[in-house]
Design a protein around this ligand. Sequence first.
Ligand code: AMP
Ligand code: GLY
Length: 426
Amino acid sequence: MRVLVIGSGGREHAICWKLMQDDPELELFCAPGNGGIGEIATLVPIPVTETQQLLSFALEHKIDMTIVGPELPLSLGIVDMFQDAGLPIFGPTRLAAEIETSKAFAKDFMVRHGIPTADYQVFSDAAAALEFVEASPIPIVVKADGLAAGKGVIVCHNRRQAEDAVKASFSIDTKVVIEEFLVGEELSLMAFIDGKTVVPMPAAKDHKRVYDNDKGPNTGGMGAYAPIPHMGEEVVQEALDTILVPAANALAAEGRSFTGVLYAGLMLTDNGLKVIEFNARFGDPEVQVVLPLLDSGLLAIITACVEQRLAAYAGIKWDQSSAVVVVLSSRGYPGKYQTGKLISGVVKASRSSEVRVFHAGTAYHGGRLITAGGRVLAVVGLGPDLKQAQMCAYRAVSEISFENMHFRRDIAAKALAKTVPNHISD
Ligand code: AMP
Ligand code: GLY
């Protein structure tokens, strides 16, 4: 089998690692990949936006399955192009991916189909949006409609901030969504979908802010864990019944049948689960804690999705242990940061069978591993429970160093503080 993975972050390294773990004989290509991915796959120097070149490469190299990591090529219709050329590809079509790529579409879609989400209005005129903000309760959330690489959402705690957010959003987009601020606990729930059948993965928790105690600006994600011990089966079932299954059915009914991974960013409120956002792909870093818990072959599941036979595919099993990932970033990220710093300790940190080190922004330069991005490495620790997974991750983190390395020291800490130790209930 020849498989092509598209993307270059920790998400794509986790996907490539799992594929090679399942089948070391696989011929694996990754475009464009990174330093760590290059250790297990052949790197193809084509950017993710060059969809025509990616298609030519896949045709020429007789690729049996292509797996799309990030949202950008989905928004450019890469799945439609491969399908038109008769090539198997895992991911939603351009129209189905609008559930992520247009917030206005996603919100209107949810309301049309009774899927619970924050109350909202869509504006295409700044003056009307400003008037609305004046009359709305605070806090309020302002979102640019389209893809904005994590910079499109502003939670506003006073009216002045809300006005500035409206102006800033209209400077990058023609449509702006203004919505109610939801109070509760966030979770990420991803599911495999073959157009019809929905199979959930374990719920995961992202840590989006750059500093401990959820301080500082939003990032692509500074850490995550899965499963969430204080959110049991009933939360996943509620999400399936009220959100994921209705969304898959409604997308199919609207002629936007969804194949791939649907990611629901959810808030568990006093009035039940509500959708914060949908993504049309694996979440990053969530996928880095979910795939190490997958006891079944990833390519077999992906193939069952693409061939629309997920209902008959009974082979999806999850390990009962826990996983914690800690992201090591370049100081300054998500703002300006330096690259080209020498990284040491990765081999030593990876020695334990309970540790995986996924690369996000790395490169090899003259045989030496150097930093090449904001998020540099992601260190995953596994354990029989969340506490041991967390200890394992941080032990491995302590082996790694590079100049200006930054990481959060409180990944999974809130969940562990919630857990009542056994001796108290004895
Ligand atoms: P997003 O880019 O949509 O994932 O949003 C970034 C973060 O903003 C989310 O993870 C939430 O913490 C927060 N957020 C977005 N929308 C809302 C909302 N309606 N209420 C409260 N927080 C929100
Ligand atoms: N971790 C959030 C995302 O992948 O969008």
